[in-house]
Write a protein that binds this ligand. Structure first.
Ligand code: ADP
Ligand code: MG
Length: 215
């Protein structure tokens, strides 16, 4: 299978749902090592995107959807996460620009560009206890899966599973970027909220692809 604009739209609809369902949980994670607004920030941004999806035409390409998400998140989400996710979706849109359908190579390019955008913007390295600690294992796993398979669903599944493990692996870390870095050792034992929202969004990408494969 390949992934269409309809998949990208379904991804964002499911992503908005899962962010909304986890709004309180993301706030709680952010209350433990930040200022308690990550769920609120993400929910506000994704609800704003949902309000704009109708403006897309039926023949929208994946990049059109990704670009809409980028511009909306950048303009509606305060805090660190807005510009970071905004840049991720913008770079993902550029990487997939002009394609009606995303094959395995373009899916890997999309994920890689998203992660690279976050790193470019936020300058975090692996192990700094940020969303990069979900994104980078996801990208690495996607690249490895692509070497073995040309199935986009397999690649997305492997990436999302690696993001899950990456998010869990932030728990013992001391933060070196973002608000949590002010806490020193007190950040240990708490999962990074941005790594958690990344994990949720990548799982939504899988779920949207499963839905698309069944149509
Ligand atoms: P704020 O910290 O401004 O309140 P949010 O609470 O919405 O913004 O987002 C916090 C999340 O942003 C963190 O959990 C972390 O994953 C991510 N983050 C913060 N700074 C950086 C950075 N420099 N690079 C990558 N991710 C970062
Ligand atoms: Mg916050």
């Amino acid at each position: 299978m390949t992934l269409t604009g309809a998949w990208a739209t379904a991804w964002i609809v499911l992503g908005a749902e899962v962010i909304s369902d986890n709004r309180a949980a993301l706030n709680t994670l952010d209350r433990e090592i930040g200022d308690g607004d990550h769920g609120e920030n993400m929910d506000r941004g994704f609800q704003a995107v949902i309000g704009k999806l109708d403006a897309l035409t039926g023949d929208a390409q994946p990049a059109d959807v990704l670009k809409l998400v980028a511009t909306t998140l950048i303009s509606t989400v305060g805090g660190a996460a807005g510009p970071l996710y905004g840049t991720a979706f913008l770079k993902a849109a550029i990487a997939t620009s002009g394609a009606d359908r995303l094959d395995a190579d373009l899916v890997v390019a999309m994920l890689t560009a998203a992660r690279d955008g976050i790193v470019l913007r936020g300058k975090a390295e692996s192990g700094d206890k940020t969303m990069v600690d979900s994104w980078t294992p996801a990208v690495d796993a996607a690249v490895a899966a692509r070497a073995e398979s040309d199935d986009v669903l397999t690649i997305l599944r492997v990436a999302a599973a690696a993001a899950d493990r990456g998010a869990i692996a932030t728990e013992p870390l001391i933060a070196r970027k973002g608000r949590a870095s002010y806490l020193g050792e007190r950040a240990q034992g708490h999962r990074d909220p941005g790594a958690e929202s990344t994990r949720l969004l990548l799982q939504a990408a899988v779920d949207a692809a499963v839905g698309a494969s069944q149509r």
